[in-house]
Write a protein that binds this ligand. Structure first.
Ligand SMILES: [Zn+2]
Length: 360
């Protein structure tokens, strides 16, 4: 560098430095825009409002969430510290129903994995979906006979049902009860899809006899080798919930499944460090209602928003449900405080009635 030219360069350098500083400031401003996952991950309780899903399974949020109780006679919540046992009341009611039906079918009880965060939205870790309260992961490990302690629920490892190399189910582990559990879950009309590892799908394709119509809902996907993922459709009262494509009208055991047993789906990720969608989503990327959802006041207490619709105690205290026209029910709800109408116990048999959002 020629020292003599320095004085001439100074203005240029100053300007360049100023530009660098400006660019750095802009970068800070961009990165300072909070990620949606941080805002949603920070909320410990749901928003007080009638149950409603906004947006899509992988880009949305929901109000009126209720918690699956940590324990029930036929289920236990796993990894409780994650605080992901929240869902649309219809989802939570369905998990409880599946747990009862599964026990009746001979499965010892459900170990329930992640459902959603209290208000849904993207998560700090795991899952692209599970954002609108309509997805739930259920372990393929049966509930042990002895109740699990909270510490065991955090640490107990799940049973991997699929060989990582062959992508085939480990035959020593698969039982007819596993098949029955999946069939039961697929039997509910509100369940639109069940995601399982391709090896599990293949096992069902190869072994299910008689009624195979339910196989249509069983969809192969990466992972899902120790749990299955149950997804229900948009619920009544959620006009801004975006439905997914319907599944093709066959058992899905043909060509699309064969693809999973080629080398292509298992090629190593070329760019493993690329940020995932959930790491980039800001509030501006989510449906506009989600800003209100994430900022809304908390429900009054955890107990007020814990679902007891399926428990004997709640059924005992529940008022007989009116059977008249729907307007009788909604005008009754309109007179109640929002919190009460949103979290009123739901009768054991029913999915909650659609509750119109006030002002919509
Ligand atoms: Zn899942």
């Amino acid at each position: 560098m020629n020292l003599r030219s320095l004085p001439d360069r100074k203005p240029f350098l100053t300007a360049a430095l100023a530009l660098v500083a400006l660019a750095a400031l802009a970068a800070v401003a961009i990165s300072a825009e909070p990620r949606a996952k941080e805002l949603f991950g920070a909320r410990k309780l749901p928003a007080v409002a009638p149950a409603q899903s906004f947006g899509f399974y992988s880009k949305g949020c929901f109000t009126g969430g209720v918690a699956l109780p940590m324990d029930g006679p036929t289920w236990e919540v796993m990894r409780p510290s994650r605080n992901r046992r929240w869902g649309h009341p219809a989802m939570i009611a369905l998990i409880e129903k599946l747990s009862r039906d599964a026990v009746a079918d001979g499965w010892p009880g459900l170990l329930v994995g992640d459902v959603s965060q209290p208000r849904g939205g993207p998560m700090m870790t795991g899952h692209a979906s599970h954002q609108i309260g309509l997805d739930a992961d259920i372990w393929l490990t049966p509930m042990p006979r002895r109740p699990l302690t909270m510490a065991q629920r955090e640490s107990m490892s799940a049973t991997l049902m699929v060989d990582e190399k062959t992508h085939l189910v480990k035959d020593a582990l698969w039982t007819p009860q596993h098949t029955r559990l999946l069939k039961r879950a697929a039997s509910y009309p509100e369940v639109e899809r069940i995601l399982v590892n391709p090896g599990i799908k293949k096992k069902l394709c190869d072994t299910v006899t008689g009624d195979r119509s339910w196989l249509r809902k069983i969809r192969p996907f990466w992972g899902h080798d120790y749990h299955f993922h149950m997804r229900i459709g948009c619920q009544p009262g959620s006009p801004f919930c975006k439905a997914q494509e319907t599944t093709p009208d066959d058992d899905g055991c043909g060509k699309p499944l064969a693809w999973w047993f080629t080398e292509e789906p298992w090629r190593p990720n070329k760019n493993p460090d690329a940020p995932k969608a959930r790491d980039l989503l800001t509030m501006a990327n989510l449906p506009k209602q989600c800003l209100d959802v994430v900022n809304a006041p908390d429900a009054p207490s955890l107990e007020a928003v814990t679902y007891h619709g399926g428990s004997a105690a709640a059924v005992a205290v529940a008022e007989p449900q009116p059977t008249g026209p729907a307007e009788t029910i909604s005008s009754g709800n309109a007179a109640m405080p929002a919190a009460e109408s949103a979290f009123a116990p739901t009768p054991k048999i029913g999915i909650p009635l659609p509750r119109p959002r006030p002002g919509n």
